[in-house]
Write a protein that binds this ligand. Sequence first.
Ligand SMILES: Cc1ncc(CO)c(N)n1
Length: 221
Amino acid sequence: MTLFERLKADAAPQWASYTNHDFVRQLGDASLPQECFRHYLVQDYLFLIQFARAYALGVYKSPTIDDMRQSLEGVKAILDAELDLHVGLCGDWGMSRSDIENAPEETPTMAYTRFVLDAGMSGDLLDLQAALAPCIIGYAEIGARLQDGGADHAGNPYRLWIGEYAGDDYQKVAGGFSCWLDRTAAQVLTENRYPRVLSIFEKACRLESDFWQMGLDAGSR
Ligand SMILES: Cc1ncc(CO)c(N)n1
């Protein structure tokens, strides 16, 4: 069993609320109001800027050069791929890069990103990875599940988003992340320490749910 599988099993309620959130269900059946998706996407762009910093912190917290390289890949995946997806998608939805970059950061965005950064700054690489894991592996699981269910059909306006996270590149990033988490755990994880790592993982799952909810709430404002 990988450490990720163990964390996911022990945080089953939080994992389920996050990955089966109504926002995700509505993305899959194309019933999500456009306004909710646009709101989510802009906040997610602001989220990713902070997430790139969290990976950069991972480079700093890395005990080995291999770890540094792995974390650097995370910085690059965000700056060179995922942000472009967002700018492209936002453009399709009528928003420019400056519209996005000038949007105010909402509280759930600040809460989640600063939580991750703090977990890493106050802890070691494993603490940081436990805070990052729900994000990276969760989106890969959600994307793959939606695609397997046929949600990326031509009639779904959210198919490009689904395709990005279900795609080979992102699936590889997520698989690589899980292996990296195991390598760090092999060096530093003890049974004594496990509850603290689990607690970070659970909190990150809750903050992911709040992030989806922020998108849904935008539909009723
Ligand atoms: C909130 C959030 N979690 C995870 C991902 C995946 O990178 C993302 N783009 N946004």
